[in-house]
Ligand binder design. Sequence first.
Ligand SMILES: Nc1nc2c(c(=O)[nH]1)N[C@H]1C(S)=C(S)[C@@H](COP(=O)(O)O)O[C@H]1N2
Ligand SMILES: [Mo]
Length: 557
Amino acid sequence: MTLPGPDSDHSDTPLDIDSPHSTAAVRRPAWVAATSGIVAAAVALAAGEFAAALASPRPGPVIAVANRIIDKAPTWFVQFGKDLFGLSDKPALIVGTVLTSLLLGALFGLLSRTSPRPGIIGIALFGVVGFGALAADAQAGPISALLIAGTAVAAGIATFCFLFAKSGPTPAQALSMRSTEPNAEQTRAVVVPVPRRSFLGWAGTATVVAAAGGIASNTLRGRSAASRARDAVTLPVTGNQPETLAAIEEIVTVADAGPIGSIEGISSIITPNDDFYLIDTALLTPQIDPAGWKLTIKGMVDNEISYTYDELLARATTIAPVTLSCVSNEIGGTLVGNAVWQGVPLVELLDEAGVQSGATQIRSASVDGWDCGFPTELAYDGRTALVAVAMNGEPLPLKHGFPARIVIAGLYGYVSATKWLKDIELTTMEAFDGYWIPRGWAKEAPIKTQSRIDTPKSGARLTAGDEVPIAGVAWAPHRGITKVEVQVDEGEWLEAELGESLGLNAWRQWYLPWIATPGRHQLRVRATDGENVTQTELRTAPAPDGASGWHSISVNV
Ligand SMILES: Nc1nc2c(c(=O)[nH]1)N[C@H]1C(S)=C(S)[C@@H](COP(=O)(O)O)O[C@H]1N2
Ligand SMILES: [Mo]
């Protein structure tokens, strides 16, 4: 089979213009061919997204392909994306995936100036890639992947063929071309005069349909069963919870109104859910309807056991403030927050399953396939370790892991804090590496003691003689903070006043008043933890096991 392409001018294949309906011998102008391809690709994408949204909560083909890019791309590429786009790296990847698809569409179109065949094959291949990505996605089964990719391919090819027909010669043009055709040589160069208005009209209509389909898919997803179910949850209040909550509330109220809490620019003692940092590999927040969800404890246990959401909810009687931090938080960075979590103690569930001896690692996996693990002994060393269902008095927000996640005091999120929890598997340290381990991060990752200057801001201009509060937060979850010191230039280390304590696991606000003297000054902070270890001055990058070093800023007075 010879596929006519842009080079077919130079081929010796005789051209077939015998029938007025045959369009094989005429070449569409390049812009028409490219436009047809782009519009067909847009319709294919929209159709795939729409089909996927109907099968909610599954991610559509665009997200699935982008997910595979994240999974398969070399670390330097992912890092490059993060450096370039920062926290918008995911939207950028999605836009990039869509643009690449449209560009490929243009290419398929350009290859199809005389026959639609190359474009049809291109769109079908495109569908195969989409199917592969969807099928590799832990949330979509092969059948739904096939249906979604099939819908996209069918819509794309139909659009492409339709536009191809609409950009061919009208029957009258075809007739006149046939009658005036003395030999093949001339027709080869014939570029059909396109009935512009109708082609543009159809291409425009298809584009509008594609855009509407894209928007409709997003709307369908927004009103998901997951968010409706979450709205309907009532958190249990049992045992000594009311007292615990009242005690926490009192500390927070005192802290917020106190001299330290009211310093402008200092982090609040509890980070509101909407301000809490977000880190995950999920391009689209998993939408889990708890009605069809359960948590399974499996692997090296005496009896595999599953819990429904209602069972966990009823047992979620433990309330604990815990500071969560991302390993990639830079010195002075914002990928850290403090929340009051409510959940079931992990060991309670582990004991019911019966952890076998030799099960040295606890692996947890999310519904979207992400996973991590930490040493079993840490769950049993007395630290706060929860299967959490609530955050700051609300069911977990969807983005923070609804319906359930893990929270382990003192461990970075990437080894412990699985959101959208699906199962917990007892295994060995040797048998399993979590998602980030082969990507260059340490296997064991206790949170390093850190302190941060929230105010003044680096580069601030201050007035000489003013009393300036130097203030911020310090954290060493599970060990606690016992001392925070501040140094101005090369002066002596001055002990800061510490704010209210929400326990060893929560960060501590701190404050030191300073009379600003003229000139440019460097302000540094360091914290000492409950084991009497002071933060090291040695600066290291976040990889592989968390940044170390003192936060330092400069101000001009
Ligand atoms: N399912 C899932 N859970 C996850 C992650 C993820 O990518 N997927 N990222 C982890 C990392 S690296 C961190 S730092 C914390 C962040 O939790 P947050 O987004 O609620 O702040 O979630 C952890 N849990
Ligand atoms: Mo993280």
